[in-house]
Design a protein around this ligand. Structure first.
Ligand code: HEC
Ligand code: HEC
Length: 345
């Protein structure tokens, strides 16, 4: 009997030891200090709109390269298990394919993970549409307890300073030791470089939509016409943020009030084919369900946006044409572009 307990205790100690080793080996995950110096052109195309972040700096490509490494490094979380990329996956437009994402210790986020594509052009961020530049908000996931759970950014600065390769990289790129501001600049420059301009729609814009099928053309007319989508999802990235947040009548009573009274940021529709599930709470699995909401599901809420007060009336055929059009907003080059990929692979 005694030996049995001894054996059990020994096994337990061994398992705990193994888990301990695991964390240590994570800390020393293979790290190639040359990675940031990979010769990627992050801001290659003259981007057709104004960018907010550090794309103007003369060494912006190196800054973005360093940001890429940070973005994929799980050592930015409290127990080295979660990176930004654990929730923002390149192959699905830097979003996540679950309703809520798992962060530190498998805690679930309270809202659906957002795409990061074309964030540089946006003046409001996160589902509540906080105003400002991305560099002002970029560090919040690191200390958020359900996401990455670092005690504070100072703790992260200390942690990264213990990693020789990072000391070298920060010195090389900024000529300065690691600090909070440089981490924010690097991450936001990388995120700002994630720009989509190669969707079927972008190409169509240049050739009078000769590349569109007739169905897609009819869907486009609906989107910009009687379906009224473009009055909120307008402009170059299909999010007319100058209108501010909106309540789109998802519920009569909202469990999550968003910014206030069920109002949420108007999200960009770029890469929408890849970023399901949809809405702040990921309630819709498909674009068909989303379109059905706008046509049949709008709830009578005192703060329902004025644009949606009059019903949108579409036939089944028109609904499917609209969905076909929405698929043209997706950029498949971006999601396989090596310069945005995991440098630890
Ligand atoms: C555990 C999952 C998770 C992790 C890890 C995570 N995010 Fe997010 N991200 C989210 C969710 C969920 C939202 C929406 C949050 C909200 O509005 O309440 C979001 C929103 C954002 C936004 C706003 C996008 C927009 O369109 O306004 C940015 C930028 C962002 N994250 C960047 C990052 C960066 C950089 C990191 C790493 C430092 C990171 N995220 C780590 C889940 C995550
Ligand atoms: C009054 C402004 C407004 C109009 C008009 C509008 N939308 Fe939206 N749309 C929003 C807002 C705000 C959200 C986010 C709502 C939320 O999550 O609570 C949203 C979310 C979406 C999403 C999910 C995006 C994501 O990343 O989860 C899709 C897809 C979408 N709308 C498509 C459309 C289509 C198609 C039309 C036209 C039939 C349309 N919208 C009309 C404001 C609008």
């Amino acid at each position: 009997m005694k030996t049995k307990y001894l054996l059990l205790t020994a096994t337990l100690i061994f398992i705990v030891f193994l888990i301990g080793c695991q964390e240590d080996s994570d800390l020393e995950q293979p790290f190639n200090p040359d990675l940031a110096l990979e010769d990627f052109d992050y801001f290659e195309e003259a981007i057709p709109y104004e960018s907010t972040a550090y794309s103007e700096a003369s060494n912006h490509d190196k800054i973005a390269g360093l940001g890429r490494i940070l973005f994929y490094d799980s050592r930015l979380s409290q127990n080295n298990s979660i990176a930004c990329a654990s929730c923002h996956h390149q192959e699905i437009g830097f979003s996540d394919n679950t309703q809520f994402s798992s962060g530190l210790h498998n805690f679930e986020t309270s809202r659906n993970t957002m795409t990061l594509v074309n964030n540089a052009y946006q003046i409001s961020h996160f589902w509540e549409g906080q105003r400002g530049k991305i560099e002002d908000h970029i560090l919040s996931p690191i200390s958020n307890h359900t996401e990455m759970g670092m005690k504070d950014i100072e703790a992260l600065v200390e942690k990264l300073s213990e990693i020789e390769a990072y000391n070298k990289l920060f010195n090389e790129v900024f000529d300065e030791p690691i600090n909070e501001e440089l981490i924010a600049i690097s991450l936001s420059t990388f995120v700002a470089s994630i720009i989509s301009y190669n969707s079927k729609f972008d190409k169509g814009n240049e050739n009078n939509f000769a590349n569109f099928t007739n169905t897609e053309k009819r869907g486009k007319d609906l989107f910009f016409g009687k379906a009224k989508c473009s009055s909120c999802h307008g402009g170059d990235h299909y999010a007319a943020e100058w209108r501010g947040n909106a309540n789109i009548g998802l519920d009569k009573e909202y469990e999550d009030q968003g910014a206030e009274n069920g109002k949420f940021k108007v999200p960009s529709l770029r890469n929408i084919s890849l970023t399901a599930p949809y809405m702040h709470d990921g309630r819709f699995e498909t674009l068909e369900e989303v379109v059905n909401h706008y046509v049949h599901g709008i709830q009578d809420h005192p703060d329902l946006d004025w644009e949606l007060q009059e019903p949108i009336s579409l036939t089944d055929l028109e609904k499917s044409e609209l969905v076909e059009f929405l698929h043209t907003l997706t950029d498949y080059e971006l999601v396989s572009d090596e310069k945005f990929s995991d440098p630890f692979r």
